[in-house]
Write a protein that binds this ligand. Sequence first.
Ligand code: NAD
Ligand code: TYD
Length: 364
Amino acid sequence: MRRVLITGGAGFIGANFVLHLSKASPADRLIVLDKLTYAGNIENLKALTEGPNYRFVKGDINDAALVDGLFHDEAIDTVVNFAAESHVDRSILGPRDFVETNILGTFTLLEAARKYWLRGEGRPEGKRFLHVSTDEVYGSLGATGLFTETTAYSPNSPYAASKASSDHLVRAYFHTYGLPVVTTNCSNNYGPFQFPEKLIPLMVINALKGKPLPVYGDGQNVRDWLFVEDHCKAIALVLNKGRLGETYNVGGRNEKKNIDIVKLICSLVDERAQKDSGLRKDFPFEGSRSSLIHFVKDRPGHDRRYAIDCSKIEKELGWTPEHAFEDGIRKTVDWYMDNRAWWERILSGEYTEYYNLQYGKRLG
Ligand code: NAD
Ligand code: TYD
Protein backbone atom coordinates (compact mmCIF):
# COMPACT_ATOMS: atom_id res chain seq x y z
CA MET A 1 0.00 0.00 0.00
CA ARG A 2 1.41 3.37 -1.05
CA ARG A 3 0.59 6.81 0.30
CA VAL A 4 0.45 8.88 -2.86
CA LEU A 5 0.42 12.67 -3.02
CA ILE A 6 -1.16 13.64 -6.35
CA THR A 7 -0.80 17.34 -7.07
CA GLY A 8 -3.13 18.96 -9.61
CA GLY A 9 -5.45 15.97 -9.26
CA ALA A 10 -8.59 18.03 -9.92
CA GLY A 11 -7.39 19.09 -13.38
CA PHE A 12 -7.81 17.29 -16.68
CA ILE A 13 -5.09 14.62 -16.67
CA GLY A 14 -4.75 14.58 -12.89
CA ALA A 15 -8.44 13.74 -12.36
CA ASN A 16 -8.34 11.03 -15.03
CA PHE A 17 -5.27 9.62 -13.30
CA VAL A 18 -6.79 9.71 -9.79
CA LEU A 19 -9.88 7.89 -11.08
CA HIS A 20 -7.67 5.37 -12.89
CA LEU A 21 -5.39 4.70 -9.91
CA SER A 22 -8.29 4.39 -7.46
CA LYS A 23 -9.50 1.44 -9.57
CA ALA A 24 -6.15 -0.02 -10.69
CA SER A 25 -4.52 0.18 -7.26
CA PRO A 26 -7.37 0.28 -4.70
CA ALA A 27 -5.14 -0.34 -1.67
CA ASP A 28 -3.23 2.94 -2.18
CA ARG A 29 -4.16 6.02 -0.16
CA LEU A 30 -4.52 8.94 -2.59
CA ILE A 31 -4.05 12.43 -1.23
CA VAL A 32 -4.98 15.03 -3.84
CA LEU A 33 -3.49 18.49 -3.38
CA ASP A 34 -4.99 21.07 -5.72
CA LYS A 35 -5.28 24.84 -5.60
CA LEU A 36 -8.48 24.73 -7.66
CA THR A 37 -7.41 27.43 -10.06
CA TYR A 38 -9.75 28.22 -12.96
CA ALA A 39 -8.62 24.86 -14.46
CA GLY A 40 -9.20 22.74 -11.35
CA ASN A 41 -12.66 21.32 -10.81
CA ILE A 42 -13.52 19.29 -7.75
CA GLU A 43 -16.54 17.95 -9.59
CA ASN A 44 -14.14 15.83 -11.69
CA LEU A 45 -13.55 13.70 -8.58
CA LYS A 46 -17.13 13.41 -7.40
CA ALA A 47 -17.07 9.63 -8.01
CA LEU A 48 -14.71 9.29 -5.02
CA THR A 49 -15.65 9.45 -1.34
CA GLU A 50 -13.26 10.76 1.27
CA GLY A 51 -12.08 8.07 3.66
CA PRO A 52 -9.11 5.76 4.21
CA ASN A 53 -8.22 5.63 0.50
CA TYR A 54 -8.86 9.20 -0.61
CA ARG A 55 -8.47 12.70 0.77
CA PHE A 56 -8.81 16.03 -1.00
CA VAL A 57 -6.81 19.03 0.18
CA LYS A 58 -7.34 22.46 -1.31
CA GLY A 59 -3.99 24.21 -1.37
CA ASP A 60 -0.99 25.51 -3.27
CA ILE A 61 2.10 23.43 -4.03
CA ASN A 62 4.04 26.62 -3.25
CA ASP A 63 2.83 26.54 0.35
CA ALA A 64 5.88 24.87 1.93
CA ALA A 65 4.27 24.58 5.38
CA LEU A 66 1.22 22.84 3.93
CA VAL A 67 3.32 20.51 1.77
CA ASP A 68 5.69 19.68 4.65
CA GLY A 69 2.68 19.01 6.88
CA LEU A 70 1.25 16.57 4.36
CA PHE A 71 4.56 14.71 4.02
CA HIS A 72 4.73 14.44 7.78
CA ASP A 73 1.10 13.71 8.69
CA GLU A 74 0.36 11.42 5.77
CA ALA A 75 3.79 9.76 5.62
CA ILE A 76 3.86 10.37 1.88
CA ASP A 77 6.06 7.84 0.05
CA THR A 78 5.03 8.62 -3.53
CA VAL A 79 4.45 11.88 -5.39
CA VAL A 80 2.88 12.35 -8.81
CA ASN A 81 3.22 15.99 -9.81
CA PHE A 82 0.56 17.17 -12.26
CA ALA A 83 0.01 20.62 -10.75
CA ALA A 84 0.80 23.27 -13.32
CA GLU A 85 -0.39 26.18 -15.33
CA SER A 86 -0.86 24.35 -18.59
CA HIS A 87 -2.17 26.62 -21.36
CA VAL A 88 0.33 28.08 -23.85
CA ASP A 89 -1.88 31.05 -24.82
CA ARG A 90 -2.23 32.08 -21.17
CA SER A 91 1.55 31.80 -20.71
CA ILE A 92 2.00 34.29 -23.53
CA LEU A 93 -0.43 36.75 -21.93
CA GLY A 94 0.82 36.32 -18.35
CA PRO A 95 3.91 34.17 -17.71
CA ARG A 96 4.31 34.90 -13.98
CA ASP A 97 1.90 32.21 -12.72
CA PHE A 98 3.76 29.69 -14.89
CA VAL A 99 7.07 30.54 -13.27
CA GLU A 100 5.53 30.46 -9.80
CA THR A 101 3.62 27.19 -10.05
CA ASN A 102 5.60 25.21 -12.60
CA ILE A 103 9.10 26.13 -11.44
CA LEU A 104 8.87 27.29 -7.82
CA GLY A 105 6.00 24.91 -7.00
CA THR A 106 7.95 21.91 -8.28
CA PHE A 107 10.96 23.15 -6.33
CA THR A 108 8.85 23.31 -3.14
CA LEU A 109 7.71 19.70 -3.65
CA LEU A 110 11.27 18.52 -4.33
CA GLU A 111 12.50 20.23 -1.18
CA ALA A 112 9.80 18.56 0.93
CA ALA A 113 10.67 15.15 -0.56
CA ARG A 114 14.36 15.79 0.10
CA LYS A 115 13.66 16.76 3.69
CA TYR A 116 11.43 13.78 4.50
CA TRP A 117 12.94 11.04 2.35
CA LEU A 118 16.68 11.60 2.50
CA ARG A 119 17.42 11.28 6.16
CA GLY A 120 19.61 8.18 5.98
CA GLU A 121 22.46 7.05 3.73
CA GLY A 122 21.98 6.06 0.08
CA ARG A 123 18.75 6.08 -1.91
CA PRO A 124 15.64 5.69 0.22
CA GLU A 125 13.70 2.46 -0.22
CA GLY A 126 10.13 2.50 -1.49
CA LYS A 127 9.97 6.22 -2.31
CA ARG A 128 9.29 7.71 -5.72
CA PHE A 129 8.71 11.19 -7.18
CA LEU A 130 7.15 11.13 -10.63
CA HIS A 131 7.16 14.44 -12.47
CA VAL A 132 4.63 14.79 -15.29
CA SER A 133 5.95 16.88 -18.15
CA THR A 134 5.41 17.66 -21.79
CA ASP A 135 7.04 17.15 -25.18
CA GLU A 136 6.92 20.94 -25.65
CA VAL A 137 10.24 21.18 -23.79
CA TYR A 138 11.95 19.88 -26.95
CA GLY A 139 10.84 22.82 -29.10
CA SER A 140 9.59 22.51 -32.65
CA LEU A 141 10.28 19.89 -35.34
CA GLY A 142 10.53 20.43 -39.08
CA ALA A 143 8.67 18.20 -41.53
CA THR A 144 10.52 15.06 -40.42
CA GLY A 145 12.07 13.55 -37.28
CA LEU A 146 10.81 12.61 -33.82
CA PHE A 147 11.59 13.73 -30.26
CA THR A 148 13.55 11.10 -28.32
CA GLU A 149 14.61 11.18 -24.68
CA THR A 150 18.01 12.49 -25.79
CA THR A 151 16.71 15.36 -27.93
CA ALA A 152 18.15 18.64 -26.61
CA TYR A 153 15.71 20.85 -24.73
CA SER A 154 14.74 23.94 -26.73
CA PRO A 155 11.51 25.37 -25.26
CA ASN A 156 9.84 28.19 -27.18
CA SER A 157 6.83 29.37 -25.12
CA PRO A 158 6.88 30.60 -21.51
CA TYR A 159 4.83 27.48 -20.67
CA ALA A 160 7.39 25.15 -22.29
CA ALA A 161 10.28 27.06 -20.69
CA SER A 162 8.72 26.74 -17.23
CA LYS A 163 8.17 23.00 -17.70
CA ALA A 164 11.73 22.58 -19.02
CA SER A 165 13.04 24.37 -15.97
CA SER A 166 11.07 22.10 -13.63
CA ASP A 167 12.35 19.02 -15.49
CA HIS A 168 15.92 20.23 -14.97
CA LEU A 169 15.33 20.73 -11.25
CA VAL A 170 13.92 17.20 -10.97
CA ARG A 171 16.95 15.83 -12.80
CA ALA A 172 19.33 17.82 -10.59
CA TYR A 173 17.74 16.46 -7.39
CA PHE A 174 18.47 12.94 -8.63
CA HIS A 175 22.08 13.62 -9.50
CA THR A 176 22.91 15.89 -6.59
CA TYR A 177 20.93 14.46 -3.69
CA GLY A 178 19.93 10.99 -4.91
CA LEU A 179 16.21 11.79 -4.75
CA PRO A 180 14.32 8.88 -6.39
CA VAL A 181 12.75 10.66 -9.35
CA VAL A 182 11.41 9.75 -12.75
CA THR A 183 9.99 12.07 -15.44
CA THR A 184 7.49 11.52 -18.25
CA ASN A 185 7.30 13.81 -21.29
CA CYS A 186 4.00 13.37 -23.07
CA SER A 187 2.44 14.71 -26.25
CA ASN A 188 -0.96 16.48 -26.49
CA ASN A 189 -3.73 14.74 -24.56
CA TYR A 190 -7.44 14.75 -25.30
CA GLY A 191 -10.49 13.18 -23.63
CA PRO A 192 -13.02 13.78 -20.82
CA PHE A 193 -12.60 16.67 -18.34
CA GLN A 194 -10.31 18.80 -20.52
CA PHE A 195 -10.86 22.49 -19.83
CA PRO A 196 -12.63 24.06 -22.81
CA GLU A 197 -9.85 26.48 -23.72
CA LYS A 198 -7.74 23.73 -25.35
CA LEU A 199 -8.14 22.98 -29.06
CA ILE A 200 -10.34 19.87 -28.99
CA PRO A 201 -12.98 20.74 -26.33
CA LEU A 202 -13.10 24.36 -27.49
CA MET A 203 -13.88 23.27 -31.05
CA VAL A 204 -16.44 20.65 -29.97
CA ILE A 205 -18.39 23.15 -27.86
CA ASN A 206 -18.17 26.02 -30.34
CA ALA A 207 -19.21 23.73 -33.20
CA LEU A 208 -22.23 22.56 -31.23
CA LYS A 209 -23.22 26.14 -30.40
CA GLY A 210 -22.69 27.32 -33.99
CA LYS A 211 -19.94 29.73 -32.92
CA PRO A 212 -16.82 30.55 -34.99
CA LEU A 213 -14.00 27.98 -34.94
CA PRO A 214 -10.74 29.95 -34.74
CA VAL A 215 -7.86 28.07 -36.38
CA TYR A 216 -4.49 29.72 -35.78
CA GLY A 217 -2.31 30.62 -38.78
CA ASP A 218 -2.66 28.26 -41.73
CA GLY A 219 -3.94 25.32 -39.64
CA GLN A 220 -1.03 23.15 -40.82
CA ASN A 221 0.65 22.85 -37.38
CA VAL A 222 1.00 19.24 -36.31
CA ARG A 223 0.46 17.73 -32.85
CA ASP A 224 0.78 14.09 -31.76
CA TRP A 225 -2.51 13.31 -29.98
CA LEU A 226 -2.90 10.74 -27.20
CA PHE A 227 -6.14 9.69 -25.49
CA VAL A 228 -5.85 10.65 -21.81
CA GLU A 229 -6.54 7.12 -20.49
CA ASP A 230 -3.50 5.86 -22.42
CA HIS A 231 -1.39 8.58 -20.80
CA CYS A 232 -2.70 7.62 -17.33
CA LYS A 233 -1.76 3.98 -17.91
CA ALA A 234 1.72 5.05 -18.99
CA ILE A 235 2.15 7.13 -15.82
CA ALA A 236 0.96 4.25 -13.62
CA LEU A 237 3.44 1.93 -15.33
CA VAL A 238 6.36 4.32 -14.96
CA LEU A 239 5.37 4.82 -11.33
CA ASN A 240 5.53 1.05 -10.76
CA LYS A 241 8.43 0.03 -12.96
CA GLY A 242 10.26 3.02 -14.46
CA ARG A 243 13.97 3.22 -13.76
CA LEU A 244 14.92 5.96 -11.32
CA GLY A 245 16.61 9.00 -12.83
CA GLU A 246 15.24 8.17 -16.28
CA THR A 247 12.86 10.11 -18.51
CA TYR A 248 10.21 8.42 -20.65
CA ASN A 249 8.57 9.94 -23.73
CA VAL A 250 4.89 9.11 -24.09
CA GLY A 251 3.03 9.68 -27.36
CA GLY A 252 0.25 8.41 -29.56
CA ARG A 253 2.12 7.78 -32.82
CA ASN A 254 -0.73 9.88 -34.08
CA GLU A 255 0.28 13.06 -35.88
CA LYS A 256 -2.55 15.30 -37.05
CA LYS A 257 -2.75 18.75 -38.60
CA ASN A 258 -4.95 21.12 -36.61
CA ILE A 259 -7.20 21.84 -39.56
CA ASP A 260 -7.88 18.12 -40.08
CA ILE A 261 -8.82 17.71 -36.41
CA VAL A 262 -11.22 20.65 -36.58
CA LYS A 263 -12.87 19.33 -39.76
CA LEU A 264 -13.25 15.88 -38.18
CA ILE A 265 -14.83 17.41 -35.07
CA CYS A 266 -17.30 19.33 -37.26
CA SER A 267 -18.41 16.15 -38.98
CA LEU A 268 -18.73 14.23 -35.69
CA VAL A 269 -20.80 17.00 -34.10
CA ASP A 270 -23.00 17.18 -37.25
CA GLU A 271 -23.44 13.41 -37.10
CA ARG A 272 -24.31 13.38 -33.41
CA ALA A 273 -26.79 16.26 -33.80
CA GLN A 274 -28.45 14.39 -36.69
CA LYS A 275 -29.12 11.45 -34.40
CA ASP A 276 -30.09 13.43 -31.30
CA SER A 277 -33.32 15.41 -31.46
CA GLY A 278 -32.63 17.01 -28.04
CA LEU A 279 -29.35 18.47 -29.27
CA ARG A 280 -30.98 19.59 -32.54
CA LYS A 281 -33.68 21.40 -30.61
CA ASP A 282 -31.26 23.15 -28.22
CA PHE A 283 -28.61 23.93 -30.86
CA PRO A 284 -30.38 24.35 -34.20
CA PHE A 285 -27.94 24.53 -37.13
CA GLU A 286 -28.38 24.29 -40.90
CA GLY A 287 -25.70 22.75 -43.13
CA SER A 288 -22.23 21.56 -42.18
CA ARG A 289 -20.47 23.01 -39.17
CA SER A 290 -17.21 23.14 -41.14
CA SER A 291 -18.58 26.43 -42.52
CA LEU A 292 -17.80 27.88 -39.05
CA ILE A 293 -14.03 27.41 -39.51
CA HIS A 294 -12.11 30.61 -39.87
CA PHE A 295 -8.39 31.28 -39.87
CA VAL A 296 -7.18 33.83 -37.33
CA LYS A 297 -3.88 35.54 -36.53
CA ASP A 298 -1.25 32.99 -35.57
CA ARG A 299 -0.10 32.38 -31.98
CA PRO A 300 3.26 34.18 -31.44
CA GLY A 301 6.15 31.68 -31.59
CA HIS A 302 3.72 28.90 -32.58
CA ASP A 303 5.63 25.58 -32.71
CA ARG A 304 5.13 23.94 -36.08
CA ARG A 305 5.27 20.25 -35.34
CA TYR A 306 5.53 17.90 -32.34
CA ALA A 307 6.02 14.14 -32.71
CA ILE A 308 7.17 11.62 -30.14
CA ASP A 309 9.32 8.53 -30.44
CA CYS A 310 7.88 6.40 -27.63
CA SER A 311 9.92 3.27 -28.34
CA LYS A 312 11.75 3.46 -24.97
CA ILE A 313 8.61 3.06 -22.83
CA GLU A 314 7.26 0.50 -25.29
CA LYS A 315 10.38 -1.66 -25.21
CA GLU A 316 11.33 -1.23 -21.55
CA LEU A 317 7.93 -1.23 -19.88
CA GLY A 318 5.63 -2.81 -22.47
CA TRP A 319 3.34 0.23 -22.78
CA THR A 320 1.49 0.96 -25.99
CA PRO A 321 -1.33 3.40 -26.81
CA GLU A 322 -4.58 1.41 -26.90
CA HIS A 323 -6.98 3.93 -28.41
CA ALA A 324 -7.04 4.54 -32.14
CA PHE A 325 -7.57 8.25 -32.73
CA GLU A 326 -10.85 7.65 -34.58
CA ASP A 327 -12.28 5.86 -31.51
CA GLY A 328 -10.81 8.26 -28.94
CA ILE A 329 -12.06 11.39 -30.67
CA ARG A 330 -15.54 9.89 -31.10
CA LYS A 331 -15.60 8.98 -27.38
CA THR A 332 -14.47 12.51 -26.55
CA VAL A 333 -17.10 14.25 -28.69
CA ASP A 334 -19.75 11.96 -27.17
CA TRP A 335 -18.50 12.77 -23.66
CA TYR A 336 -18.89 16.52 -24.23
CA MET A 337 -22.35 15.98 -25.74
CA ASP A 338 -23.40 13.77 -22.80
CA ASN A 339 -21.92 16.07 -20.13
CA ARG A 340 -23.26 19.45 -21.09
CA ALA A 341 -23.87 20.40 -17.47
CA TRP A 342 -20.13 19.96 -16.78
CA TRP A 343 -18.94 22.50 -19.34
CA GLU A 344 -21.96 24.80 -19.14
CA ARG A 345 -21.21 25.24 -15.44
CA ILE A 346 -17.52 25.90 -16.13
CA LEU A 347 -18.32 28.42 -18.80
CA SER A 348 -20.80 30.17 -16.50
CA GLY A 349 -18.44 30.18 -13.50
CA GLU A 350 -21.13 28.41 -11.48
CA TYR A 351 -18.86 25.46 -10.72
CA THR A 352 -17.10 27.50 -8.04
CA GLU A 353 -20.45 27.54 -6.24
CA TYR A 354 -20.60 23.77 -6.54
CA TYR A 355 -17.18 23.66 -4.92
CA ASN A 356 -18.33 25.87 -2.05
CA LEU A 357 -21.37 23.69 -1.50
CA GLN A 358 -19.27 20.55 -1.41
CA TYR A 359 -16.25 21.78 0.49
CA GLY A 360 -16.85 25.38 1.55
CA LYS A 361 -17.56 24.77 5.22
CA ARG A 362 -14.75 22.33 5.78
CA LEU A 363 -12.02 23.86 3.61
CA GLY A 364 -12.90 27.51 3.73
P1 NAD B 1 -4.90 21.41 -16.16
O1 NAD B 1 -4.62 22.85 -16.39
O2 NAD B 1 -6.16 20.82 -16.66
O3 NAD B 1 -4.84 21.10 -14.58
C1 NAD B 1 -3.85 21.63 -13.75
C2 NAD B 1 -4.31 21.40 -12.31
O4 NAD B 1 -3.29 21.92 -11.43
C3 NAD B 1 -5.61 22.12 -11.94
O5 NAD B 1 -6.44 21.25 -11.20
C4 NAD B 1 -5.13 23.29 -11.07
O6 NAD B 1 -6.11 23.71 -10.11
C5 NAD B 1 -3.91 22.70 -10.42
N1 NAD B 1 -2.95 23.72 -9.98
C6 NAD B 1 -2.49 24.79 -10.70
N2 NAD B 1 -1.64 25.52 -9.95
C7 NAD B 1 -1.53 24.89 -8.75
C8 NAD B 1 -0.80 25.16 -7.57
N3 NAD B 1 0.02 26.22 -7.48
N4 NAD B 1 -0.93 24.32 -6.52
C9 NAD B 1 -1.76 23.25 -6.59
N5 NAD B 1 -2.49 22.96 -7.69
C10 NAD B 1 -2.38 23.77 -8.75
O7 NAD B 1 -3.62 20.65 -16.74
P2 NAD B 1 -3.52 19.21 -17.44
O8 NAD B 1 -3.77 19.37 -18.89
O9 NAD B 1 -4.29 18.23 -16.65
O10 NAD B 1 -1.96 18.93 -17.26
C11 NAD B 1 -1.46 18.27 -16.10
C12 NAD B 1 0.05 18.13 -16.20
O11 NAD B 1 0.38 17.40 -17.37
C13 NAD B 1 0.77 19.47 -16.32
O12 NAD B 1 1.95 19.40 -15.56
C14 NAD B 1 1.09 19.58 -17.80
O13 NAD B 1 2.26 20.34 -18.02
C15 NAD B 1 1.29 18.13 -18.17
N6 NAD B 1 0.98 17.78 -19.58
C16 NAD B 1 -0.21 18.14 -20.14
C17 NAD B 1 -0.49 17.76 -21.45
C18 NAD B 1 -1.81 18.09 -22.10
O14 NAD B 1 -1.99 17.82 -23.29
N7 NAD B 1 -2.78 18.63 -21.39
C19 NAD B 1 0.45 17.03 -22.18
C20 NAD B 1 1.66 16.67 -21.56
C21 NAD B 1 1.92 17.04 -20.25
P1 TYD C 1 -3.59 23.64 -27.51
O1 TYD C 1 -4.77 22.76 -27.25
O2 TYD C 1 -3.58 25.00 -26.91
O3 TYD C 1 -2.30 22.80 -27.08
P2 TYD C 1 -0.71 23.16 -27.29
O4 TYD C 1 -0.58 24.56 -27.67
O5 TYD C 1 -0.16 22.88 -25.92
O6 TYD C 1 -0.22 22.20 -28.33
O7 TYD C 1 -3.43 23.82 -29.07
C1 TYD C 1 -3.23 22.73 -29.93
C2 TYD C 1 -2.98 23.27 -31.32
O8 TYD C 1 -4.16 23.93 -31.78
C3 TYD C 1 -1.88 24.31 -31.37
O9 TYD C 1 -1.15 24.17 -32.59
C4 TYD C 1 -2.63 25.64 -31.38
C5 TYD C 1 -3.91 25.30 -32.10
N1 TYD C 1 -5.12 26.07 -31.70
C6 TYD C 1 -5.91 26.70 -32.66
O10 TYD C 1 -5.63 26.65 -33.87
N2 TYD C 1 -7.03 27.36 -32.25
C7 TYD C 1 -7.39 27.44 -30.93
O11 TYD C 1 -8.42 28.12 -30.61
C8 TYD C 1 -6.58 26.79 -29.96
C9 TYD C 1 -6.92 26.84 -28.50
C10 TYD C 1 -5.45 26.09 -30.39
